[in-house]
Design a protein around this ligand. Structure first.
Ligand code: SF4
Length: 207
């Protein structure tokens, strides 16, 4: 029964839900209700939400309840993040939110087929599990995490795979921010098609 509801996207393993400001990328500064879905098989060594990886550690939650929870906040925007949310059928959740007038923002690695109705798709490509060509093309923003200098090559490898109107971001990996920030600034000055994205929520000490 639960398996069927999971496949239908009517139940999802939810790790946490919270109301905050989007800290990263094009929508930085916007208030949004965050829904973090558990489960990720990408395995980035610098991942700051490793506790999300094992979906079995996160209770399957009725999606109707999640939609109700989102209605308790003042913002009409929802960020669905993970883990890797695209592991799941997100059509039921996002169509329910859209019916209520929410904007829906997705954070994904692009390594799985994306389902659902989206106002904004951020693809953050990961070397361990590169984005599918069919999915990276859906990105409104490409956000490459820069942990060392090889990530500039990784960024350039992915940039030709997005649409011409897709925003291109380089974001320092938080534990390396002091080392990588000056290198990213220098890189963008030389390659101005890129912009910097900072994890501004970490500077603001909010989730
Ligand atoms: Fe962590 Fe995201 Fe990488 Fe998954 S894709 S390991 S959640 S940073």
């Amino acid at each position: 029964m639960e398996k069927r509801l999971l496949e239908q996207g009517k139940m999802l393993p939810i790790m946490e839900e919270f109301y905050s400001l989007q800290g990263e990328g094009r929508n930085t500064g916007k208030a949004a209700y965050f829904i973090r879905v558990g489960g990720c098989d990408v395995g980035c060594y610098w991942c700051d939400v490793k506790e999300s990886w094992n979906a079995e550690n996160h209770e399957l939650v009725n999606v109707d309840q999640v939609i109700k929870n989102a209605q308790t906040v003042k913002a009409k925007a929802v960020v669905i993040t993970g883990g890797e949310p695209a592991l799941y059928n997100l059509t039921y959740l996002t169509s329910g939110l859209k019916r209520l007038g929410f904007e829906t923002f997705l954070e994904t690695s692009g390594s799985e087929i994306i389902t659902g109705m989206w106002d904004w798709i951020c693809v953050s490509p990961k070397k361990n599990s590169p984005p599918l060509a069919s999915e990276i093309i859906k990105a409104y923003e490409l956000k490459v995490i820069v942990s060392d200098e090889s990530d500039f090559e990784w960024a350039e490898e992915n940039a030709p795979k997005v649409r011409s109107d897709c925003f291109l971001y380089l974001q320092p990996e938080w534990s390396k921010v002091n080392v990588m920030m000056p290198k990213i600034i220098e890189y963008i000055l030389e390659h101005p098609k890129w912009q910097i994205s900072l994890q501004s929520h970490k500077y603001m000490h909010i989730p």
